[in-house]
Design a protein around this ligand. Structure first.
Ligand SMILES: Cc1ncc(COP(=O)(O)O)c(C=O)c1O
Length: 423
């Protein structure tokens, strides 16, 4: 397996040339040159309506089709008919939920989490429209010394499954905790339980927005029905890709597009044209990822990315969890394990006698003028407001989120600022 050539990686991102330390990547990553080129080229040469028979129209249609092939590769979907694009992950989940209106019945149960509201709100609204019941899979703290060492236990999810369970909406990676959840194992356990209790029909919706930049998605191996990620968090442009399993397209979702259009594919929830230049841009993300390792396949790329990201995680987590910082009141929000069950999205709060507001810590970083980090609840509102001791949702947590183009030297500079601010 090849390892990442960081100089080559960084050269692929024009914005990194300034030396600015981008450490708010879970909010949005930088854009690869290939993506920028695709957008420019599309708009400069083939910006016409799809489906026409004239030569430029044929070319334009082909470029957008290439974007669908890119999405099917990134999801590892069985067919391009199962994937599509929308303006944002939030909008796409909402469209899915609207299309499910006729296949949800009063008394059905949904299980959701406290993670990003994009994969909660649409199900809460669907439940309200259809008289369904919402249940919550809550986090537990796993480290006695840290009330914010949150994780989710699969057995807690399984215990929520009943004969009425209809939708389970979960996340593959938390945008605050940085934990990766073993979706394949979780889904296997919950489907087993659903069969035991005689659930009529359980469908699983997975938010992969915080996962996709770090690991390979595999909707088939995971055995899931709905999946979404945002391109702007994975080196692309501002749009989102979605997957809907063929069986769900046929038997669960009604079409919410113009009623005279007979569609049976993912276009059922794709209202209007999905920014063609942005769909074409997504194939630039795949080209970029494939260029990172000599094997020229996505598995090798993501293995190399994960390996490099571990080297970023180590110095940051080691600093935040050392005894001196613990005694100072620094508490990691999430687990402290340094292994592949975690991505380098690291959140913390400073508590105790000399507590500090997250906002004030970030303000110290802003003064440096060359490092971007952020504070807040990051729309994982349920997770933050249900924390005990309470966390102020307006102040939330300090989050440092890195990706494979960050370097160990950058992390050392971040730790240097933290050392001074938390002294
Ligand atoms: C985990 C997670 N899910 C969903 C979203 C929403 O994505 P979008 O901006 O594409 O609606 C975000 C954005 O921060 C996120 O981090």
């Amino acid at each position: 397996m090849g390892s990442l050539d960081i100089a080559k990686v960084r050269a692929a991102f024009p914005s990194l040339r300034t030396g600015y330390i981008y450490a708010d990547n879970a909010g949005g990553s930088q854009t690869a040159q290939q993506v920028i080129d695709n957008i420019t080229h599309y708009l400069g040469n083939t910006n016409v309506q799809l489906g026409a028979s004239y030569s430029v129209g044929v070319q334009s249609t082909q470029r957008v089709t290439d974007g669908s092939v890119a999405a099917s590769l990134l999801f590892n979907a069985a067919s391009v008919d199962e994937v599509g694009y929308g303006p944002s992950s939030t909008m796409v989940f909402e469209n899915m939920a609207r299309a499910l209106d006729d296949d949800v019945h009063p008394g059905d149960e949904f299980i959701i989490t406290g993670e990003h509201e994009a994969n909660n709100g649409p199900w809460k609204r669907l439940a309200q429209r259809r008289g369904a019941i919402v249940k919550y899979w809550r986090t537990v703290a796993v480290d006695e010394g840290n009330p914010y060492s949150f994780t989710y236990k699969t057995e807690d999810l399984v215990s929520l499954v009943s004969p009425k369970t209809r939708i389970v909406a979960i996340t593959a990676c938390s945008n605050i905790l940085g934990s990766i959840y073993p979706i394949q194992d979780i889904v296997r356990a919950l489907r087993q339980r659903a069969t035991q209790v005689g659930a009529r029909k359980v469908e699983v919706a997975v938010d992969c927005v915080a996962y996709a930049p770090h690991r390979r998605i595999d909707v088939r191996e995971w055995d899931i029905d709905y999946c979404v990620f945002a391109l702007y968090k994975m080196y692309g442009a501002h749009n989102a890709a979605f997957y809907i399993r063929a069986t769900a397209l046929q038997s669960s979702l009604k079409s919410i597009v113009h009623d005279f259009l007979a569609v049976n594919s993912s276009q059922k929830i794709q209202l209007g044209g999905p920014g063609y230049e942005l769909v074409h841009a997504a194939s630039g993300v795949v080209s970029y990822l494939l260029s990172l390792t000599p094997e020229n396949n996505l598995d090798a790329t993501f293995t190399a990315i994960a390996q490099h990201e571990q080297s970023l995680l180590r110095p940051l987590l080691s600093f935040l969890t050392d005894k001196q910082q613990y005694d100072r009141g620094v508490r990691l929000v999430g687990t402290s394990t340094i292994d592949l069950s975690r991505v380098p999205t690291v959140s913390f709060v400073v508590t105790g006698r000399r507590a500090m507001k997250s906002k004030d810590i970030v303000a110290e970083f802003d003064k440096e003028r060359h490092i971007g980090i952020r504070y807040g609840h990051f729309y994982a509102y349920g997770l933050v407001v249900n924390a005990a001791p309470k966390l102020d949702p307006d102040d939330g947590v300090v989050r440092i989120s890195l990706v494979h183009y960050n370097t160990v030297e950058e992390v050392e500079r971040i730790v240097g600022v933290l050392r001074r601010v938390c002294a």
